[in-house]
Design a protein around this ligand. Structure first.
Ligand code: GDP
Ligand code: IMO
Ligand code: MG
Length: 436
């Protein structure tokens, strides 16, 4: 096994959209391989580089740099979206160096139908899903009805499995919508064609990746979603259906935990949430509007306005513990400009007492009151000024912003490896170069 310090995981520590795409692209500059290991086209990862804005739902964020990109077994694949993303990259004259796991599961149109129907049926317990079929596909995986990429690329294997799955899912959909129907043959033919188009990318990614890591290749694991949306350690049931954190990497790739060396947690300077569920530090006033506009907080996948609020270091501390985070990256610090004062949530109060640990259960979180520390804000700058600050480095930051960054590190007892003060690849300040 390699002793080289050649693997790094970038984990979102909140409710997603922490800037994982931007930071993955940044690390990809030094990496050989970038891996997605959870989720599917519910993700929306944005990269701004050399005047081009990329938005990826499935393709790992190493693609703009033409790095090797791997979609591992823990992901759920919408083949149509994957093929579109490949096509978009080719249209930008990018070489697509993709490998797709034969054991990742496949999303079918009836999974998306079910996603929508189940959401409606759940009423107040709905998560506000992206309706991309993520939950129903993972459900089929766990129930062992699921169809894998291997099946997709072997039409003779696909047909009987799809017939069976289509039958049972039709029965379920008709519980919600008795008149629902779809044509099996057209779904089968459509997916057979996707299989033919994707075949050349499909391999055993676990074997490939283990060998690559052992030979010293530098690998970035790019999480989708965020720790608080995770199925086991997030705010259940208001989250997604995969382990959207460091704990998902091994199961989602076949890489043993001891080969994953550097755990980096990505946090925003404030918090955002898209979808349903309790959000203790949520703001609904003019400050929220200002932050939403300055951070362009509209969903990459759905276009929905994201809910925003103060940074919640209490749930982030929990994420640091669960994920074994070594260093943090703080993003979107520029988007808090002109907000005064700025607040940091350090704990929650429940029945007159400050809690020691984040309570996880939404029924308890609902009763909690966030406790804040207040800081002076920093003035607005133009985009050019923020870019100039990034070029000059940490010392050029506004003094109050430095105080805010230092307070976050102190409260979390975790150092920042980097900070991000703009969407562009270059609007990044490296504080600690030990990674890779
Ligand atoms: P991801 O899902 O974690 O990859 O994040 P998204 O791409 O969904 O959302 C993050 C948004 O913030 C994107 O529009 C990024 O381009 C943008 N972004 C990332 N870092 C920064 C930053 O430091 N400042 C600003 N202003 N925008 C940023
Ligand atoms: P990235 O990778 C933010 C949210 C949805 C919903 C819940 C379940 O861009 O950070 P799902 O469609 O997964 O069944 O929805 O999870 N959600 C995300 N929120 N960023 C994401 O991905 C998300 N992916 C899913 O809004 O509340
Ligand atoms: Mg996103």
């Amino acid at each position: 096994m390699s002793d080289i310090n050649n693997t790094i995981a970038l984990i979102g520590l909140s409710w997603g959209d922490e800037g994982k795409g931007k930071m993955t692209d940044y690390f990809a500059q030094k990496a050989d391989i970038v891996v997605r290991y959870n989720g599917g086209s519910n993700a929306g990862h944005t990269i701004n580089a050399n005047g081009i804005k990329y938005k990826f739902k499935l393709i790992p964020s190493g693609a703009p740099l033409e790095k090797e990109v791997i979609i591992a077994n823990g992901c759920v694949i919408d083949p149509k979206i994957l093929l579109e993303e490949i096509e978009n990259l080719k249209n930008l004259n990018k070489k697509v160096n993709l490998k797709l796991s034969s054991t990742a599961h496949v999303i079918f149109p009836f999974h998306k139908t079910l996603d929508g129907l189940e959401e409606t049926s759940k009423g107040e317990y709905r998560a506000g899903t992206t309706k991309k079929g993520i939950g129903p596909t993972y459900s089929d995986k766990v129930a062992r009805w699921g169809i894998r990429v291997f099946d997709l690329i072997h039409p003779d294997v696909l047909k009987p499995k799809l017939e069976r799955l289509f039958k049972i899912r039709k029965e379920l959909i008709r519980v919600y919508d008795p008149n629902w129907d779809a044509d099996f043959e057209s779904i089968y033919n459509e997916y057979k064609s996707y299989g033919e188009q994707l075949k050349s990318y499909v391999i055993d990614t676990a074997y490939y990746l283990n060998k690559a890591i052992d030979s010293g290749k530098k690998v970035v694991f790019e999480a989708a979603q965020g720790n608080l949306l995770g199925i086991d350690h997030g705010m259940y049931p208001f989250g997604t259906s995969s382990n959207a954190n460091a704990l998902g990497i091994s199961a989602g790739t076949g890489i043993p935990p001891k080969k994953i060396k550097n755990m980096i947690g990505i946090i925003k300077a404030y918090t955002s949430r898209v979808g349903e569920g309790k959000f203790p530090t949520e703001l609904t006033n003019r400050t929220a509007e200002k932050i939403r506009e300055q951070g362009h907080e509209y969903g990459t996948v759905t276009g929905r306005p994201r809910r925003v609020g103060w940074i919640d270091l209490f749930n982030i501390k929990y994420g640091i513990m669960i994920n074994g985070i070594d260093k943090i990256i703080i993003t979107l610090l520029d988007a808090l400009q002109g907000v005064n004062p700025v607040k940091i949530c350090t704990t929650y109060e429940l029945e007159g007492k400050n809690l020691e640990s984040w309570p996880i259960q939404h029924e308890i979180i609902e009763k909690c009151v966030p406790i804040y520390k207040e800081f002076k804000g920093w003035d607005e700058r133009t985009r050019e000024e923020w870019s100039e600050i990034a070029r000059e480095g940490y010392d050029a930051l506004p003094d109050n912003l430095k105080i805010y960054i230092e307070a976050i590190q102190e409260e979390l007892k975790t150092d920042a490896a980097m900070i991000s003060i703009g969407p562009d690849r270059d609007e990044t300040i490296v504080l600690d170069n030990v990674l890779f």
